[in-house]
Structures are given as structure tokens and as C-alpha cells.
Design a protein around this ligand. Structure first.
Ligand SMILES: *Cc1c(COP(=O)(O)O)cnc(C)c1O
Length: 456
């Protein structure tokens, strides 16, 4: 039976259509960089799933009843209670985004000579760790590093590597272990409950606190339900509760699994740490009952956090990513397997074997998808992560990927069918795609503003 979108549409946003000629001009003007294209010039926008969700009618109603009192607003107490119920953590500190939560946490527990270990740190998390002077260490399980080999929990942390790392560096130099669920940078792949238990056991034995980067906690919980036998009959809130029960704290961006357009939080058990966090919060974000958010945002997040655990929604969500992945696999398109929770990743190195890493095959594919169908995607490869050696030669990234992130509740099955048709058309014409050269780049995070041109 077809799994249908578990919602009706009450309010719509029109899509602006463009012709191929128009898109050629737009792409040239944007110097082959999707970040420089106006959103109005995009037909299907798969740049990110962050802050791009469609809010529900209940969330919009929450926007109207948001309490904007500076201190002690009703909306804060609703927000706090919701997060306490889901995580079992007593202390809830709102922030304006996930990275603001990270900034506060790592300013306090980071610092020179310290190591933060993880399955894979998301880029803002790593940046906030490094800005504090500490070092971020990714200890992903080996199968998580092989794009086209399927396994149920490719986001798992390598527990043996964790034990060795603790032995080598000393637990005293590791103030925190952070598990990212699902593993965003690693393809939206889930982490199993067994892995969280194993990591917890190792952390506890050495007195290292375990935190969860909970941006996609509901998607991860659903994967546990369908892929980890023991949890087949458990509800998503029960699974989430067990996951959080192993953690001493968490950070979350509400722009992901809370269906909100902005927001985030830190949740904790430790009162002493919370005191330090709140002191920083007041300087950087705001008073502890709003933390850089309007009351209406707190309200919308609280409602979204409850909605996201609905199993009809999660079934549709996970299935729609899998559906696109299956169509691409059937046509021979090289993609990361199995499907992750929020995005489809195309292996651009295998898609465009005639384009070397020095000519950015991922970015060339991003450009081709835009030209063919007005689809906006993002390169996760040598443009984003490439470095130069001392001789000025590019040291390519480990993989050349193109990410198609699917916004929550925004696109229907026919949009996704269209996306697959465009990708397959581009795949069949792939020999015609040319490599790119950079004409301008900034010293850091160059992918956001880089300008490129086609190599003829
Ligand atoms: C988006 C994201 C963040 C950062 O959140 P922002 O709200 O964008 O600042 C942190 N971790 C993960 C896993 C994310 O996906």
C-alpha cells in the first residue's frame, strides 16, 4: 500500500518556474555556486533540511498564543515541560540556534589540550570546539566510511577506537563524548541503541559525560524501532526516552526535528554546569526563559517536538528518502546506502569518473542538476573540505558527495518523482558534464562564497 503524506495542505507557496536558458544565465551570474542563487530562481530547493520545514496549523496557532513576556513566559514553561518529558532531563536552556547551544557548552568545557570525542561532529560543533582551543575527534565505525555498502547503523561510534583513544590521551583530557543522532555529516545514518549503551558503559567507566547532539532524535528513534529487533514494539517516545536516559545532557537545533524555522536548546542534569551555561546565556543569548527566541518560537518548537514523534509522520519521512534512493539505485545512479534519515547523497566521484577531484565533480553535478531541472543541492566534497598543501596543490576530500536534503513536510511524492527524473536524465547525459575551476575563494568556509567557471 502506498504510504501517503500524513497531512492535508491548507496553505501553499507557489513555485516559480524557469526555462533552461534562464537557468543558464542565472547559474553563470551565480558563478556556479548554489548559495549565490536567489531562492525564487529555484524550482525544488534541496539545499538543506534546516529551518525549512512546513509548520503545522497547530504550530501556527501556537505562534498566535506565544507569550512574549520577558521573564517567566507561559511559552517557556510549555517549552521546558515538553523537553523535560521527552529527554527526562530537568534543566532546559533555550538558545536561538543549535550552534549557540554548542558555543555556550564548549566555551565552558572546552579549552586547550582537551579532546571532544564523537561518532562524527557536525561542522558547527567542530568549529565551536576548535574555537575554544580543544580538538574534535571523530571515531566513526569502519562501515560508516564506505558509501555504497549498506548496513543498518552506519552512524555508530567505534567503541574499540574510543577505548584506545581514552587510554592514549587520558580520561582527564576528555571532558565530553558527543554522539550525533542521526549522523548528519555521515549521511544521516542512524546510531543504534546498543551502540549508545556501549559508549555509555565506556564513558561511565572513565567518568566522561555523554552528550547527545539531538537534532534528529526522532528520525533516529524511528530507525531504532524498525531496525533494532528489541524495539519493534516500543513507541517512539519510549525509545527517545531510553536514548536520552544514557546521556548527561544534549544540544539540539530546533530547525531540524522540531519543525521550527529557528531555535535550539541545551538540556542538562548537572546544576553546576547549568549555572555556568546560564551566566553565558545572559550575555550572548538572553534571559534564561527566552534565550534569544521570541515566545512564539518557544511555543512553535514545543508543539513541533511533540508532533515529530508521530509514527505516521516518521514512517512517511523515512520512506520518502528511501523511495528516492531506490529509484536512483534502480537507474544505476551511485548513491550512499542505505538511505539516511534526511537526505540522499550521490557519489559524484562514481557519477562523473571523467572529472578529477581538482575539477570539483560534486560542484559540477550540483550545477548540472540546477541546469536540467532547477533543483538546488549542495556539494559535500573537495570544494567544502579540500585543503591546499604547501605547494598550493589541492588535497581532495575523502569523498565527493552531492547532498539532496529533503525539507520536512514540504514536498509531495510528485515533487520527489520529478527530482528522480531530473537526476536520471543528468546521469544518462553525464559524459557532457565538464569540470569546474575556482575563480574566487575566501580563506575559510570557501564553499559559501566561492565563484567558479566551467573548464572548456
Ligand atoms: C544543524 C545542526 C547543528 C547546528 O544547528 P544550527 O541551528 O544550524 O546552528 C548541529 N548539529 C547537527 C547534527 C546539525 O544538523
Amino acid at each position: 500500500m502506498t504510504i501517503i503524506e500524513p497531512f492535508r495542505i491548507k496553505s501553499v507557496e507557489p513555485i516559480t518556474f524557469t526555462t533552461r536558458e534562464q537557468r543558464t544565465a542565472i547559474l553563470n551570474k551565480a558563478a556556479y555556486n548554489p548559495f549565490l542563487i536567489k531562492a525564487d530562481d529555484v524550482i525544488i530547493d534541496l539545499l538543506t533540511d534546516s529551518g525549512t520545514s512546513a509548520m503545522s496549523s497547530a504550530q501556527w496557532a501556537g505562534i498566535m498564543i506565544g507569550d512574549e513576556s520577558y521573564a517567566g513566559s507561559n511559552s517557556f514553561f510549555n517549552f521546558e515541560k515538553t523537553i523535560q518529558d521527552i529527554t527526562g532531563m530537568p534543566i532546559v536552556i533555550p538558545t536561538h540556534q543549535g550552534r549557540a547551544a554548542e558555543k555556550i557548552l564548549f566555551s565552558i568545557i572546552g579549552g586547550k589540550g582537551k579532546f571532544i570525542v564523537s561518532n562524527t561532529l557536525f561542522d558547527t560543533t567542530r568549529a565551536n570546539i576548535e574555537v575554544s582551543g580543544a580538538e574534535g575527534v571523530d571515531l566513526l565505525c569502519p562501515v560508516g566510511k564506505v558509501p555504497q555498502v549498506p548496513a543498518p547503523f552506519k552512524g555508530n561510534m567505534d567503541v574499540t577506537a574510543l577505548e584506545l583513544f581514552i587510554k592514549e590521551k587520558g580520561a582527564a583530557n576528555i571532558p565530553l563524548c558527543m554522539i550525533t543522532v542521526t549522523n548528519n555529516s555521515g549521511g544521516g545514518q542512524p546510531v543504534s541503541m546498543q551502540n549508545i549503551r556501549d559508549v555509555k558503559r565506556v564513558c561511565s567507566a572513565h567518568g566522561i559525560p555523554l552528550f547527545i547532539d539531538a537534532c534528529r532524535f526522532a528520525e533516529n528513534s524511528y530507525f531504532i524501532k524498525i531496525r533494532e529487533k528489541e524495539f519493534a514494539d516500543k513507541s517512539v517516545p519510549e525509545i527517545a526516552a531510553e536514548m536520552f536516559s544514557y546521556a548527561d545532557g544534549c544540544t539540539m537545533s530546533a530547525k531540524k526535528d522540531a519543525f521550527a524555522n529557528i531555535g535550539g536548546f541545551i538540556a542538562l542534569r548537572d546544576e553546576a554546569l547549568a549555572l555556568k551555561c546560564r551566566n553565558l546565556l545572559i550575555i550572548t543569548e538572553g534571559f534564561p526563559t527566552y534565550g534569544g527566541l521570541a515566545g512564539r518560537d518557544l511555543e512553535a518548537i514545543a508543539i513541533g517536538l511533540r508532533e515529530v514523534m508521530d509514527e505516521h509522520y516518521l514512517q512517511y519521512r523515512i520512506r520518502s528518502i528511501e523511495y528516492l534512493t531506490e529509484k536512483l539505485i534502480a537507474a544505476g545512479v551511485p548513491v550512499m546506502q542505505p538511505a539516511g534519515g534526511h537526505a540522499v547523497y550521490i557519489d559524484a566521484k562514481a557519477f562523473l569518473p571523467h572529472i578529477p577531484s581538482q575539477q570539483y565533480p560534486g560542484q559540477a553535478l550540483v550545477a548540472a542538476l540546477y541546469l536540467e531541472g532547477g533543483i538546488r543541492s549542495v556539494e559535500i566534497g573537495s570544494l567544502m573540505f579540500g585543503k591546499y598543501d604547501e605547494g598550493g596543490h589541492l588535497v581532495p576530500a575523502m569523498m565527493e558527495l552531492v547532498r539532496l536534503a529533503i525539507p520536512r513536510r514540504v514536498y509531495t511524492q510528485s515533487h520527489i518523482d520529478y527530482v528522480s527524473e531530473v537526476i536520471i536524465k543528468v546521469f544518462n547525459d553525464r559524459e557532457q558534464i565538464k569540470g569546474l575551476a575556482i575563480t574566487y575563494e575566501a580563506p575559510t568556509l570557501r564553499h559559501f562564497t566561492a565563484r567558479l567557471m566551467e573548464i572548456s
